[in-house]
Design a protein around this ligand. Structure first.
Ligand SMILES: *[C@@H]1O[C@H](CO)[C@@H](O)[C@H](O)[C@H]1NC(C)=O
Ligand SMILES: *[C@@H]1O[C@H](CO)[C@@H](O)[C@H](O)[C@H]1NC(C)=O
Ligand SMILES: *[C@@H]1O[C@H](CO)[C@@H](O)[C@H](O)[C@H]1NC(C)=O
Ligand SMILES: *[C@@H]1O[C@H](CO)[C@@H](O)[C@H](O)[C@H]1NC(C)=O
Length: 353
């Protein structure tokens, strides 16, 4: 078992070796070759469903009785004048590993010689790849939440939501990415996606100035171009949302204040925010109360305090209550982005107290 395994390895490596002609005369051959390397010059075109090679010259054989190719899509035969002919059916570009510009079909022709020996002829055929596939992105839009341009942050975001473009042409081993002008980042080629036969490719976001604060939404067109002839392109979008602070949430939907006829104003309780007054710059404001009487909201030692700023006038007896809106605003100290949240302030007028 082990011996036969070792033997098969030796046999395999021997049969894979291109024997130099010095090792001895070939038992039979093609085109008078004294080595077993056959370079075809007539190319195969990717768009032809079947190509017979060669088509501009003859490949006479000598002492060959039969021939077979190692690849399923190639049929090798001898014509009545003992010339070698190969019929190559179109490769499925989607199923073949992409390799780059000088893609060649490579296979072994096994020549059966008239004296019973066999000769392995390593054969290459040039392949002309028309750019019949257009590259395309995996998504019409890639959205990232970023507050600033740090290489590490871009990498983390791209791990979660990679930018990938696909191109099926076998001679496009790489793609070119570009992005519309913006002050924050460029897009570069980021390598092959493993296990995709070199069909899928990553794009990389690279900061122009690392650590620059992103203060507004960025939405730019990104282009992928293959390196075929003529090149083909497609587009997608990159959107970067700098995160706004969370919406300030009050603990209660309304708060009640009391105004007495002696002019005293007091709240049943002070309004409070769920998150408290923390990382974000917090401000509070009272709106749409009454033009008869103003109320102000301020923050003092983390407490939201409502104060009255008016004289007791007619309005005290004209209304049973006033309804005001109390708004809190969180502002990010770095990006200056903000968000607001509301609650209601009801001021009861106690006409008889
Ligand atoms: C066939 O001929 C070649 C020389 O032309 C020789 O080296 C080889 O051993 C022969 N094979 C057989 C099976 O006779
Ligand atoms: C083909 O066979 C003939 C007769 O056996 C021999 O003279 C000749 O050298 C052979 N040619 C090759 C290339 O082996
Ligand atoms: C880009 O690729 C998409 C998806 O394959 C395709 O539907 C679209 O037509 C292409 N856009 C252009 C401009 O060719
Ligand atoms: C005003 O009246 C209210 C209700 O009667 C009372 O609680 C408060 O102490 C009074 N304020 C002053 C300054 O007299």
């Amino acid at each position: 078992m082990i011996l036969s395994y070792i033997f098969s390895i030796i046999f395999f490596s021997l049969s894979r070796t291109n024997f130099p002609s010095a090792l001895g005369k070939l038992s039979c051959t093609v085109n008078g070759l004294t080595h077993n390397y056959l370079a075809i010059t007539d190319p195969v075109y990717d768009t032809d469903s079947e190509t017979t090679i060669p088509y501009t010259y003859h490949l006479p054989t000598e002492n060959v009785s039969g021939v077979q190719a190692s690849t399923w899509n190639i049929r090798a035969s001898l014509d009545q004048n003992k010339n070698l002919l190969m019929s190559i059916s179109a490769i499925n570009e989607k199923g073949v590993q992409s390799q780059g510009k000088d893609y060649h079909l490579k296979f072994v022709l096994t020549l059966r010689c008239t004296n019973g020996s066999t000769v392995s002829m390593n054969t290459v055929v040039p392949f002309v790849d028309s750019n019949n596939h257009q590259p395309f992105f995996s998504k019409p839009k890639y959205v990232y939440n970023l507050i600033s341009t740090y290489e590490e942050d871009f990498k983390r975001q791209l791990e979660l939501n990679p930018i990938v473009a696909t191109d099926y042409d076998v001679t496009n081993g790489e793609l070119v990415f570009d992005v519309q002008g913006n002050e924050y980042f460029k897009v570069l080629y980021g390598g092959v996606v493993p296990g995709t036969l070199n069909k899928k490719h990553f794009a990389q976001l690279v900061p122009k100035f690392p650590g620059k604060i992103i203060t507004k939404k960025v939405e730019v067109i990104m282009t992928v171009t293959d390196i075929g002839n003529p090149p083909k392109s497609n587009t997608s979008k990159v959107v970067i949302n700098p995160p706004s602070p969370p919406t300030p949430a009050f603990k209660k939907p309304f708060y009640v204040g009391h105004l007495y006829k002696n002019g005293t104003f007091e709240m049943s309780e002070n309004p409070e925010l769920e998150e408290g007054v923390t990382y974000y710059q917090t401000s509070v404001q009272i709106e749409s109360c009454s033009y008869y009487c103003n109320y102000y909201a301020t923050i003092s030692e983390g407490q939201i305090i409502i104060v009255k700023n008016c004289n007791m006038g007619d309005s005290f007896y004209r209304f049973n209550y006033l309804a005001c809106s109390l708004t809190a605003k969180y502002t990010d100290p770095i990006t200056k982005l903000f968000s607001t949240g509301n609650t209601a302030l009801i001021v009861e007028h106690h006409h008889n107290l």
